[in-house]
Design a protein around this ligand. Structure first.
Ligand SMILES: C[S@@+](CC[C@H](N)C(=O)[O-])C[C@H]1O[C@@H](n2cnc3c(N)ncnc32)[C@H](O)[C@@H]1O
Length: 278
């Protein structure tokens, strides 16, 4: 019987190695999900199980799992995994020219029924694309508070405001638990593509609800998780059901007002602080 040549054996070993590596990559999701959307990665993606544990008093409200979405933090709140915060290095993605066509931001600003003289809190303002649009709507008698936890984002926005000569925007450096707002001072609090990144959504919501004037509104603009055609990573999308479940907790005293579905990729879920609420 003819013996196989050594080069044939080497070829078999090489093929087995190659298919092993391919199988591993597939199992990690590298080949399947990397192109699922183009929202920038955070600077330092947290590896599963690497998260800093929070103080034990938080462990009832938040759960930590080693087995989780690679774009998430491994921290869960009311059944939902909290997403990683988008780094300031991703600011060019927020500023991309095609964003108007993809998200129709000018339409969003119209939907918000902004009136001159209003005080608006743009929570998680980033580089301030929407902040500047809203500042124009509230006029000289109103103001927009641009809140972010990344000072680099606020610096980018500050430079933009100097260039444009916009005077009615105040920059506020918030923390992961507090937007640093005074009670009952805000007519409208807006979060565009932000709430799902809050590391402490309960604590943030407690303060945001307090900051609203009676009759004030709070609007969540989130990529629709119900729609598989919205090309955004899963943990960066939120369903209407989930938003309502989290925001209608009695501690916040907010009432659902309306859900607007006019935008191509996002829904706008609006809650109101009843005038009678203390
Ligand atoms: C995806 S960006 C969206 C920026 C902006 N809203 C826009 O649509 O152009 C999310 C922003 O939320 C900020 N953020 C995350 N957690 C926050 C928190 N607890 N308080 C304030 N800002 C926060 C991030 O730093 C980031 O700038």
């Amino acid at each position: 019987m003819a013996r196989r040549r050594p080069s044939f054996h080497l070829c078999c070993v090489f093929c087995a190695l190659l298919s092993g590596i391919l199988w591993l990559l597939l199992a990690q999701g590298f080949l399947t999900s990397a192109s699922a959307q183009d929202k920038p990665e955070p600077d330092k993606p947290a590896a599963a199980g690497d998260e800093e544990p929070d103080p034990p008093k938080d462990s009832k409200r938040y759960q930590y799992r080693r087995d989780h979405d690679r774009d998430g933090t491994g921290k869960f709140y009311m059944g939902r995994e909290i997403a990683q915060v988008m780094s300031f290095h991703g600011a060019p993605w927020l500023e991309r020219p095609e964003r108007e066509e993809e998200e129709r931001l000018s339409g969003l600003v119209k939907l918000l029924k902004i009136k001159p003289g209003m005080t608006i809190a743009d929570v998680g303002a980033g580089s301030g694309v929407i902040t500047v649009m809203m500042a124009h709507e509230v006029g000289a008698d109103g103001k927009v508070l641009a809140i972010d936890i990344q000072k680099e984002m606020l610096e980018l926005l500050g430079d933009k405001l100097s260039r444009l000569g916009v005077k009615n925007i105040e920059l506020v450096l918030g923390t992961e638990k507090s937007p640093k707002l005074e009670p009952e001072t805000v007519d409208l609090a807006l979060m565009v593509d932000v709430y799902h990144e809050f590391k402490f959504p309960f604590e943030m919501m407690e303060e945001l609800a307090k900051s609203l004037k009676p009759g004030g509104r709070i609007a969540f603009v989130e990529y629709r998780r119900e729609d598989p055609n919205v090309p955004i990573k899963l943990v960066h999308k939120m369903s209407e059901v989930q938003v309502k479940k989290e925001i209608q907790q009695p501690e916040f005293g907010l009432k659902w007002k309306e859900t607007l579905r006019d935008l191509p990729r996002q829904h706008v879920i609006v809650f109101e602080k009843p005038v009678t609420a203390k």
